[in-house]
Design a binder for this molecule. Structure first.
Ligand code: SAH
Ligand code: SF4
Ligand code: F3S
Length: 468
């Protein structure tokens, strides 16, 4: 077992490794199969599209079936314990495959794998794994695979590449919607969160590269483009002379063509009025704001190191609604942070009630080793956490329905995404605000914009019909 020498991003070495593997693989009767599974957030989904792009360049074809695969790669998440346990279970289940096919490659990457304790555990208990690396290293996959294949050695590395590699081939999951990562990493160190430890410090891509990528996507026919970053609205702060996030949105908005731009996730402390004004002024920027508040209690927000108060957060919401009356607002919230009292939790319910979110991503606090909150002694009892969680869900459930009811009878432009998951005889479209509408229409409409009227509101989606 070896630790790799410090790997630096080197495009030429990457290309050479791709060619060497492609040559090695071309001697086979048919292209090898790769099975790539992605856990966690959209950033991981976007990274996996670049992982698949590189595998495709090496000559791999893809399967969802691990039994059929010659290469299995799990791109993992560390944000909650549950996500990690799922990965351990799924990796354990691959043991018999490796025993039957010793030449296959089992690769684990992504946020969970950046942690030293996880790598130690994999070395100790999951000896069938070949390559392990963290989230900044996916561009170096061919180099690591070449080494593992040629030298028959295992590779475990926690190296981090301080730049976001450009020009990595990408195999997108969807022909109409695209993810574009604009920055990665986080400098905020919220006391519950593992992300800054596994994703490293904030790194932004140059706006020129981002605009070049989006121009290409629009030319290829992509109409719904989501900009990604752990703190997307602190884009550019790490690069001298670079645009700020609001100006980046404006520059993207100026790209010719009919398309929509969304972005996620924003931190309230970096959500400037300029950004909200820019959203309101730019016609291609969607009226959708995902603004996590985490807790409604100022005492807990301080403990979380969030750098805003419930009042300053709410004034952002008021401003957003003033400049974009139809803005769709969603958020993340954590229940059961250490020391959360019934009174603190009531402040969370109050804020949820007052804002009236369109949707809420609710999380039970999960202890992450290495974070400040994990060592707190006043952890909340599991039963109390769950009971509060259920009360929050019930409140949000009625809020969601009330918000959707406001849309009944009104007309919206939707981007037609696919056949409906609820009923394959229907089409499924997204409004600019990100709401899903199912309606009857011809499948040839997929990939285009269409005017619909909302006929019925449900809790998590809407029914509609093509506007007469
Ligand atoms: N950067 C984004 C969120 C990234 S993680 C932001 O700051 O808003 C996505 C969500 O996971 C967070 O918003 C938070 O609500 C949740 N989360 C993160 N760590 C968690 C933990 N230890 N337990 C429970 N939820 C957590
Ligand atoms: Fe985690 Fe906070 Fe960074 Fe979001 S801002 S990724 S919650 S540390
Ligand atoms: Fe998970 Fe990493 Fe995203 S920890 S939530 S995959 S940034």
């Amino acid at each position: 077992m070896t630790e790799t020498n410090k790997i630096q991003h080197n495009e030429q070495a990457r290309r050479e490794a791709v060619l060497a593997i492609a040559k090695q693989m071309s001697g086979r009767n048919e292209p090898p199969f790769a099975c790539v599974r992605t856990y966690g957030c959209q950033q991981n989904v976007a990274d996996s599209e670049r992982i698949k792009g590189q595998l495709s360049e090496m000559g791999y074809q893809f399967t969802d079936d691990t039994e059929e695969a010659d290469l299995i790669l799990f791109n993992t998440c560390a944000v909650r314990e549950h996500a990690e346990l799922k990965v351990y279970g799924n990796v354990g289940a691959l043991k018999h495959l490796k025993a039957e096919k010793p030449d296959m490659l089992i690769i684990l990457c992504g946020c969970m794998m950046q942690q030293e304790t996880v790598q130690q555990q994999i070395k100790r208990k999951y000896k069938h794994v070949d390559i392990v690396f963290g989230p900044s290293m996916f561009s170096e996959l061919p180099i690591m695979m070449k080494s593992a294949l040629e030298k028959r050695e295992k590779i475990f590395t926690r190296d981090e590449i301080p730049v976001i590699a450009e020009d990595i081939p990408v195999l997108r999951d969807d022909a109409h919607k695209a993810w574009v990562s604009v920055m990665t990493g986080c400098n905020n160190f919220c006391t519950y969160c593992i992300v800054p430890y596994v994703r490293g410090r904030e790194r932004s891509r140059s706006s020129k590269e981002i605009i070049k990528e989006i121009r290409g996507l629009v030319q290829e026919g992509y109409r719904d483009i989501t900009l990604l970053g752990q703190n997307v609205n602190s884009y550019g702060k790490d690069l001298e002379g670079e645009l700020d996030f609001a100006d980046l949105l404006r520059a993207i908005n100026d790209i010719e063509g009919e398309f929509w731009i969304r972005f996620t996730t924003s931190h309230p402390k970096d959500c400037s009025l300029k950004l909200l004004d820019t959203m309101a002024e730019c016609d291609k920027v969607c009226n959708q704001l995902q603004l996590p508040f985490q807790s409604g209690s100022n005492r807990i927000l301080k403990e979380m190191n969030r750098n805003y108060t419930a009042e300053s957060y709410y004034s952002l919401i008021e401003y957003a609604r003033k400049v974009m009356p139809d803005v769709v607002i969603t958020s993340d919230v954590i229940v059961g942070f250490p020391g959360e009292t019934e009174e603190d939790f009531q402040c969370t319910l109050d804020l949820v009630e007052k804002v009236g979110y369109d949707n809420l991503y609710t999380f039970l606090y999960s202890k992450r080793t290495g974070t400040k909150a994990a060592t707190a002694e006043n952890q909340v009892d599991e039963k109390i956490k769950k009971e509060r969680f259920n009360r929050l869900l019930a409140l949000q459930h009625s809020n969601c329905l009330a918000k959707n009811k406001e849309m009944e009878g009104k007309d919206y432009t939707v981007y037609v995404e696919s056949l409906s998951k609820n009923n394959p005889k229907m089409l499924s479209g997204k409004t600019m605000g990100g709401k899903t509408v199912d309606f009857k229409g011809d499948p040839s409409m997929i990939g285009s914009f269409c005017e619909i009227t909302v006929t019925k509101a449900k809790s998590w989606s809407l029914d509609g019909k093509i506007k007469e």
